[in-house]
Design a protein around this ligand. Structure first.
Ligand code: SAM
Ligand code: DTB
Ligand code: SF4
Length: 336
């Protein structure tokens, strides 16, 4: 079976896939994954918060928003040498990508941005992919990041356009889409996904997947985060997302976007190994590794490497995504 790469998914069809009997859904997604990707390979990203807390935005899930009283300590922008040092350790531990996160609403053209550009150059020189997530970008900022060697930019849609308004009031869904366009136009790979477990409906989950899958080019990677409820945020009392919902999201993303890297993202610290194994079976082929996400705990590199050994998975080499086509080309012309 060779899946067609489509950009015209209707919400009814997506809902039907999402709601199909669970084992059938996993089987179908696994088939797509095996036909389109090397299913034994998992892309391993390491996350580093280069500027923590004190953010002006009001994202209801986020421990780094200044207006919520969380235990997150505000930290200024890290020094370039410390960031490169951390990347060297992450590479030695098996990561092919370093993802740098800053608690900014948007990038400003100042010395801090120049420092981030230096970090991008420094880590790229280690033969690692660099991803940044710095908030909103202008066209010229995206171009500067591309010129510095940036490989990927993460900017999540988080949910459907309708639900987005209820969790964030300080920027719009359109703002998010504009930044993603600037990233794509600068020839940086696009990483965009969302969070489940915030109180959204299934229709909201479908709406987000539909927006991502119907972009003219599928995002190169799609992180699926389970909400980490953090004390002090408006979503602190949300109950833990069911593993079955995570699996349904991952499998549906895999079927809609066959060649995209689907990342099993936040929430792994609360998942058992068999639960994660089902996510890989359903088409997840990336993780964030390292004992911390941005501010919350994550399994250690060693734990994950043991899991890979048991499941027969291996970390993927860097710089593979640009080689895959997420455009409207017929898949039959591509090798699986
Ligand atoms: N400030 C930038 C932005 O908002 O794009 C970059 C950093 S922000 C922390 C990156 C992403 O982390 C958010 O878009 C959201 O999807 C995810 N995130 C933040 N807090 C989370 C939480 N408590 N649980 C799960 N995902 C979370
Ligand atoms: C993404 O989708 N998930 C990561 C990354 N992109 C930047 C962030 C998860 C953050 C979880 C909460 C925290 O550790 O602060
Ligand atoms: Fe700021 Fe990003 Fe957190 Fe929103 S998600 S409060 S923009 S750091």
């Amino acid at each position: 079976m060779i899946p067609e790469i489509r950009h015209d998914w209707q919400s009814e069809e997506i809902l039907k896939i999402y709601n199909s009997p669970l084992l059938e859904l996993i089987y179908k997604a696994a088939e797509v994954h095996r036909s389109e990707n090397n299913f034994a390979e998992v892309q391993v990203s390491s996350l580093l918060s280069i500027k923590t807390g004190g953010c002006t935005e009001d994202c209801s899930y986020c421990p780094q928003a200044a207006r919520y009283h969380t235990d997150t300590e505000v930290q200024p922008l890290m020094k370039t040498a410390d960031v490169v040092e951390t990347a060297i350790m992450a590479k030695a531990a098996g990561a092919s990508r370093m993802c740098l996160g800053a608690a900014w609403r948007s990038v400003r053209d100042n010395r801090d941005f120049d420092r981030v550009l230096d970090m991008v150059r420094g880590i790229t020189a280690l033969d690692m992919e660099v991803c940044c997530t710095l908030g909103m970008l202008t066209e010229s900022q995206a171009k500067k990041l591309a010129d510095a060697g940036l490989y990927a930019y993460n900017h999540n849609l988080d949910s459907s356009a309708e639900f987005y308004e209820t969790i964030i009031s300080t920027r719009t869904y359109e703002d998010r889409l504009d930044t993603l366009n600037h990233v794509r136009n600068a020839n940086i790979t696009v990483c965009s996904g969302g969070i489940i477990g915030m109180g959204e409906s299934i229709a909201d989950r479908i709406g987000m997947l539909q927006t991502l899958a119907n972009m003219p080019q599928h995002p190169d990677s799609v992180p699926i985060n389970a909400l980490v409820p953090v004390k002090g945020t408006p979503l602190e009392n949300q109950k833990r997302v069911e593993i079955w919902d995570m699996i349904r999201m991952i499998a549906t993303a895999r079927i809609l976007m066959p060649k995209t890297v689907v990342r099993l993202s936040a929430g792994r610290n609360e998942m058992s190994m068999p639960e994660q194994a089902l996510c890989f079976m359903a088409g997840a082929n990336s993780i964030f590794a390292g004992d911390k996400l941005l501010t919350t705990p994550n399994p250690t590199f060693d734990t994950d490497m043991q899991m890979f050994d048991i499941l027969g998975l291996k970390p993927r080499r860097p710089f593979q995504e640009r080689e895959h086509s997420s455009t409207a080309e017929p898949v039959s012309e591509l090798t699986a």
